[in-house]
Structure formats: structure tokens, C-alpha cells
Design a binder for this molecule. Sequence first.
Ligand code: CA
Length: 192
Amino acid sequence: MKLIKNGLWALLLVLFAVACTKDDDITPEDAHEEEVITTLKYILTNDDDIATFVYRDMNNDGDTDDDGDTLILDSLVTGITYTGEILLLNELEEETDTISIEVLEEATEHEFFYDIDIDASTITKTDLDSNDNAFGSKTTLAVDNLVLLNGTIKVLLKHEPTKPNTFTYDDADGETDIDVTFTPIKTYSPED
Ligand SMILES: [Ca+2]
């Protein structure tokens, strides 16, 4: 009887150990890696114009050249300021998963970075995380008055960057979650 009891205890201990190992395997980092971002939309609105940029990379290989991929460019009106918002999606799910919500929930661990190469135009981050550091899913984009044919906007999302930072992605450390370049972008004068 004693032997059976000891045997049962041994079995329970093994089961307990297995259960613990399983729990330990699920770390927050693994959970983060499961967040697939197939699509980034940069939506810019002004009373006089709406511009939408879409980057869709369904096989996650860093380009938009494959079946199901999309790169939609838009034009911008010179001399106005747009309000910008980023939308992140996982379109591989049967019901499209809005990754923006998860990233917003972890805003202190994320930051969006922007590079704009459209003459003297500027992008300014307008939202903060709960530590009052820049987050960057919301922006303003002020377009200069020069008409242009080949401007570029780069959007980059970093996971666990140094916060606060000097606002360039190179200096911010962390991991790059998505890196998107929209080009060529034309600007045109409202009088044209
Ligand atoms: Ca692709």
C-alpha cells in the first residue's frame, strides 16, 4: 500500500512539473511574436481632401510583389495640413484582426516612426502613451507648397524602443515590427 502511495505521489509530481513547464513556455515575447501584421494603412484627412496609403504584404516577406499583396499610393494637396491615423491589420485571419488595438494596449512598449521626403513637409506625432512618451499612431502631416512627383513617406513600428528617444528609428533600438515605404507620392496645388 505504501509503495502504491509513493508511486501516486511520484506521478502527481511529474504531472505538476509538466503543467508548470507548459505555463512557463508561454512568455509574453512568444505572445508578441504571434501578432502578424499583413497590412498597414495610413489614412490622412483634411476638410478639403482625403488620402489613403495601403501596404499589404500577405506572405510577410517584406515586399508587395506577390499574389494578394497591394501597394496603394495617393496624392497630397500642397499647403494644407492633414490629420493622420495608422491602421494595422492581420488579414490572414478569417475575420480580419485589428492589430492596432493590441499595439495601442501595449503603447508603452511600441512607437511609430516616420520619415517624410517631400520637400519641407513635416509629420508630427500627436498622441502619447500612458507614460507621456510619444506613441505615434496619430499624426499631423503638413504639406509644403511645392508641387512634387516623387515624394516618399516611410512608416516604421518598433517594439520595445528606448523611450523617450531622439525620435529617429535608428537611435531608438528595439525590434522592428513593420517597415513600410510609400513612394512615389505626388503633391499637387489645389488650383491645378
Ligand atoms: Ca509579399
